[in-house]
Design a protein around this ligand. Structure first.
Ligand code: URA
Length: 265
């Protein structure tokens, strides 16, 4: 009998990503490594398709299936953790902070630098990263930075018009100045603020490596502390530093709306 959720055969890497085994790219690696079988036969060809209603897919001999609903987790990433699910050198990584035993297959959507704090989304939805972080349609993110120096109106204008970076001009950013004592201000001043330093907010719509630090450096401001408090439709709230929570139904629905809309585009 046809499975109404999956009326058509799926590409195997998409099936694996949806089952929460790994991202689509990670799933391709598992396939080419010969770790995936369909109905008992090893499948390495990336174009292969499976029928989720009938085929039995295993990774390393263990059956994997697509859960009814993907899982979405918000982590308040603390300082000192790498954004990876596995560090061969054994350094602290975010995998230690999220419940991967309860929700196998969760992976981070995008990354924050080791010394950056704030909102980091994890999911088993293999479409999430591709749709939310596609270079041409990154969701907006808001960062708060404690920087050296005062931000002049000229520098603000440069950031708002698109500052030149070594890998090309950044898209225009929105600049704001969080109020002293606000949640955003407190997040980047756990060790206080010195005379001559500034707390500045930036909304950006792309995600190059060290983007915010490089944008601010390009206009002469060294970042002392960086924090992300908004990722797409999600705001960092109701979660303690270093802890995680599941997204509420409303949050998950807002995220899925974006993912589904973009898939249709
Ligand atoms: N930009 C940075 O420079 N670092 C981060 O962690 C995120 C955005």
């Amino acid at each position: 009998m046809a499975d109404e959720r999956f009326p058509y055969p799926l590409r195997l890497q998409k099936f694996l990503a949806r089952a929460g085994v790994a991202s689509r790219r990670g799933s391709e690696d598992l396939m080419t490594a010969g770790r995936v079988t369909v109905n008992g036969v090893v499948v390495t060809e990336l174009g292969s398709r499976v029928d989720p209603a009938h085929d039995i897919v295993c990774v390393d001999g263990r059956r994997v299936e697509i859960a009814e609903h993907p899982v979405y987790i918000m982590l308040y990433k603390p300082r000192g953790y790498l954004t990876t699910m596995d560090d061969p050198q054994g350094r602290p990584c975010v995998a230690e902070l999220v419940p991967r035993d309860i929700y196998p297959g969760i992976f981070p959507v995008g990354r924050l630098d080791k010394d950056t704090t704030g909102i980091l989304l994890f999911t088993t939805n293999g479409d999430a990263a591709q749709q939310l972080l596609h270079p041409s349609k990154h969701v907006s993110k808001h960062y708060v930075a404690l920087v050296e120096g005062r931000i002049t109106s000229e520098n603000r204008k440069v950031l708002e018009e698109g500052v030149m970076l070594d890998d090309g001009k950044a898209q225009p950013a929105e600049v704001d100045f969080p109020k002293r004592g606000s949640v955003a201000w407190d997040a980047v001043t756990p060790e206080g603020i010195r005379v001559g330093q500034t707390v500045v907010g930036l909304t950006i719509h792309e995600g190059r490596k060290h983007q915010v630090k490089r944008m601010l450096k390009a206009v002469g401001h060294e970042v002392v502390f960086l924090h992300r408090d908004v990722f797409g439709p999600l705001a960092l709230k109701d979660v303690e530093y270093g802890s995680w929570r599941l997204l509420t139904e409303a949050e998950a629905a807002s995220l899925e709306r974006i993912i589904e809309d973009r898939k249709r585009q």
